[in-house]
Design a protein around this ligand. Structure first.
Ligand code: UP5
Ligand code: MG
Length: 212
């Protein structure tokens, strides 16, 4: 069955048949440069998820020359959060097109409004939230040496991104913390060590014992 029908079925609410499989959503959150994209690539390889980076989708939207492109570009340059409506539409489209029913949503939701709007519009809740915890010092070092031509990887914008993360995005993580949904990872370690901790989160407890 194509993904479109799975998502729609899961979203039809009262009419939705209980036998329809509900998509699994994991939010991957953490500060700028904490390693969300890097670790998502590893998770995709090992656990069959589709990786949807909200930032990548927004950057693709700029490149496509869409009518929202200039607005998105200006927001990203300032480290500001693009209106939920825009981001959620892009995420929904990518989910439909993927043909999968397991998603890593990377870098979204970034504020309370993003979170509430996503739940209202998609009727989906995350299975859990992977939170990459890393010091600003380390994140700054990584972003300044990334060299991928991102317009927001300069020190002025990086400082703005950190501020927005602390003020708007951390409260979202705290919200899910209060619901017992946060799986916190020490993201300051080397990539392979971080992935060991990530793997443990995605591996069911009985399988962990079996392989121990
Ligand atoms: N690296 C990674 N892991 C490492 C490790 N363990 N040790 C040493 N180096 C490590 O990694 C960053 C760099 O560090 C890479 O060079 C990597 O090799 C190295 P990466 O995996 O890319 O980190 P990530 O957390 O993905 O960093 P990113 O810069 O993508 O995070 P942001 O959250 O800042 O960026 P995003 O693309 O999500 O958003 C950009 C902007 O888009 C936002 O500021 C905002 O303006 C806008 N936006 C919205 O408005 N709404 C949204 O929903 C999403 C984005
Ligand atoms: Mg990223």
């Amino acid at each position: 069955m194509p993904m479109g029908s799975v998502v729609e079925a899961a979203n039809t609410g009262a009419n939705g048949s209980l036998s329809e499989k509900k998509p699994v959503v994991v939010f991957v959150l953490g500060g700028p440069g904490s390693g969300k994209g890097t670790q998502c690539a590893n998770i995709v390889e090992h656990f069959g998820y589709t990786h949807l980076s909200a930032g990548d989708l927004l950057r693709a939207e700029i490149k496509s020359g869409s009518e929202n492109g200039t607005m998105i570009q200006n927001m990203i340059k300032e480290g500001k959060i693009v209106p939920s409506e825009v981001t959620i539409k892009l995420l929904q489209k990518a989910m439909h097109e993927s043909g999968n029913d397991k998603f890593l949503i990377d870098g979204f939701p970034r504020n309370e409004e993003n979170r509430a709007a996503f739940e209202t519009v998609t009727k989906m809740e995350p299975e859990f939230v992977l939170f990459f915890d890393c010091s600003e010092e380390e994140m700054e070092r990584r972003l300044l040496s990334r060299n991928q031509g991102r317009e927001d990887d300069n020190i002025e914008t990086i400082r703005k991104r950190f501020k927005v993360f602390l003020e708007s995005s951390l409260p979202v993580i705290q919200y899910y913390e209060s619901k017992g949904k946060v799986r916190k990872i020490d993201a300051a370690k080397p990539i392979a060590v971080v992935f060991e901790a990530v793997e443990a989160v995605f591996t069911p407890a009985d399988e962990q014992k079996a392989s121990a």
